[in-house]
Write a protein of this length. Structure first.
Length: 313
């Protein structure tokens, strides 16, 4: 039995039957490269659960999730040499990358079926403090769906394993987002006055970030349950192999033919047809190592939840 766990499970998406309601919009993702398509799907899933934890209406949740699916659709027209570059982008390349927001907006506005979701594509990189792009707008001038997508987008981009960066842990990622939720020190008097006018906001909304904490804790608890189920399965397998091995050792130490036949049957009782009794020691060792690793992982997950609960914004 192979242990399988997908952090970005689609339970929430199925609960809204989004696969039926946005089938046309999802087809648009086929034009994206594999990394961007997977990123868009993950951001949509996180966005859906953020909406749930923010107690937003079902209608807005479906709308917001659809916007999230399409948020990076403009990257279809970003050159692969930039989009898939394994190293940091140059300033010139970054300016080209940033155009995916306006490109995506035009794509949506030119298609009547996509037009309702144009705001997510255009505004998901805007920041509450005005430091975002493409227009540098501030506060509630940024559509709420875009504010939610930005938090989901940043978290997924930071934690996802990609070809050009090292994977960053969940707690470290949340600490980065906490910094983004806090106002940056003013550069000058004019900037200080601007921040006072905005109420000392950072790049992202604190309430949305707190909702992300709940999403991550819920996902981690789900992962613990899934991994605990697998640990229980491994423990049962170890017990089965140990029982079989016990009779196997007896078989090696007896000369009584009648007893040998009896012991062979006992060995078969505990083993599956494709399992070789000669390999029992090796299989047991592998299972015990697996059990140790999985238990350590579960402990780390519990520790991770404790760390997340201690975080303050």
């Amino acid at each position: 039995m192979k242990e399988v766990f997908d952090f970005y499970n689609n339970t929430s998406l199925r609960s809204y039957n989004l696969d039926q309601s946005i089938r046309y919009q999802l087809k648009m993702l086929d034009g994206l490269d594999a990394f961007t398509k997977r990123h868009s799907e993950n951001v949509a899933n996180i966005t859906c659960r953020l909406c749930e934890n923010l107690n937003l209406s079902k209608g807005f949740t479906i709308y917001c999730t659809t916007c999230a699916y399409l948020h990076d659709i403009g990257k279809i027209f970003i050159p692969p040499s930039i989009l898939q570059k394994p190293s940091k982008l140059t300033d010139e390349e970054y300016e080209i990358m940033k155009t995916h927001t306006s490109i995506g907006y035009k794509m949506c506005m030119n298609d009547p079926k996509l037009r309702p979701y144009a705001a997510g594509t255009l505004y998901h990189h805007e920041a509450l403090d005005g430091s975002g792009y493409p227009h540098g707008i501030t506060g509630d001038k940024i559509p709420y769906e875009a504010q939610i997508i930005r938090v989901a987008d940043e978290f997924e981009a930071i934690t996802a394993k990609r070809q050009y960066k090292t994977h960053i842990g969940v707690v470290d990622a949340l600490n980065i987002l906490i910094e983004h939720a806090r106002p940056t020190p003013p550069k000058d008097l004019k900037d200080g006055i601007k921040q006072m006018r905005l109420g000392g906001v950072g790049k992202i909304d604190k309430k949305i970030l707190k909702a992300l904490f709940k999403v991550i804790i819920n996902d981690t608890e789900y992962e613990i349950i899934a991994r605990t189920d697998y640990v229980n399965f491994v423990q049962q397998e170890i017990k089965r192999f140990e029982n079989s091995q016990k009779y196997y050792y007896k078989l090696q130490n007896t000369k009584n033919e009648y007893k040998k036949e009896y012991l062979k049957e006992e060995i078969k009782y505990y083993l599956k047809p494709n399992e070789d009794p000669e390999k029992l020691p090796q299989m047991l060792e592998e299972l015990k190592n697996t059990l140790k690793i999985r238990k350590e992982h579960i402990k780390k997950l519990y520790d991770e939840i404790k760390q997340i609960k201690k975080l303050t914004i």
